[in-house]
Write a protein that binds this ligand. Structure first.
Ligand code: ADP
Length: 170
């Protein structure tokens, strides 16, 4: 009998930090694919609030309830990494129409580079449709909080980061 081929998906992003919107996408991907790798991008041109080790630690904690989800990090071209991982699918989350244009362009570009890899879009839950890591960071920087939108570890580290920062600049 032919053995069923395992389907492995990579869910790439900055995850700076991971939000409940990201966790929601990872949960839905985990219900479909055999293995899901949440892969944190280290783009040397970009400045992050949390370094890659911190982002990995926050994400690992937030996803620990999902046995077929692992957290990893990568640099360089996404399709090279996906091939290296022996994965067949790239998962991306879609919020409003505003995500679509960029995501569509990336998906077509990645197909051009690696036609065997499929990009798979998962639509977010309505409650997370306006949630992004950058909005979360701005709110914390200004002294606000978004308790129900973030995993505990992300909340704790954001508070530490921005409270420590505001003491330093006082
Ligand atoms: P990137 O810098 O690659 O956009 P992000 O960490 O911002 O990295 O997002 C990674 C992926 O998760 C993207 O596909 C993005 O559209 C998706 N995403 C971000 N926030 C949400 C959310 N609130 N709900 C669903 N998907 C989301």
């Amino acid at each position: 009998m032919k053995r069923k081929r395992l389907v492995c998906a990579v869910y790439p992003g900055s995850f700076d930090p991971i939000t409940n919107g990201h966790v929601y996408i990872a949960e839905r991907a985990a219900a479909i694919f055999d293995e899901v790798r949440v892969s944190i991008l280290l783009n040397l041109q970009k400045q992050y609030t949390f370094d890659v080790e911190e982002r990995r630690a926050i994400a690992s904690e937030a996803l620990s309830h999902l046995p077929n989800v692992t957290v990893d990090s990568f640099t360089g071209l996404l399709v090279d990494y996906v091939r290296q991982q022996d994965a067949q699918v790239i998962v991306r989350g879609l919020r409003a129409m505003s995500d679509f244009e960029y995501e569509f362009q990336m998906a077509l570009m990645n197909r051009q580079l690696a036609p065997e890899i499929e990009t798979f879009f998962i639509v977010t839950d309505a409650q997370y449709s306006y949630l992004s890591s950058s909005v979360v960071r701005d709110i914390f920087r200004l002294g606000g909080s978004m308790d129900n939108m973030l995993p505990q570890g992300a909340l704790r580290r954001l508070r530490e980061r921005f409270q420590a920062h505001s003491h330093k600049t006082e």
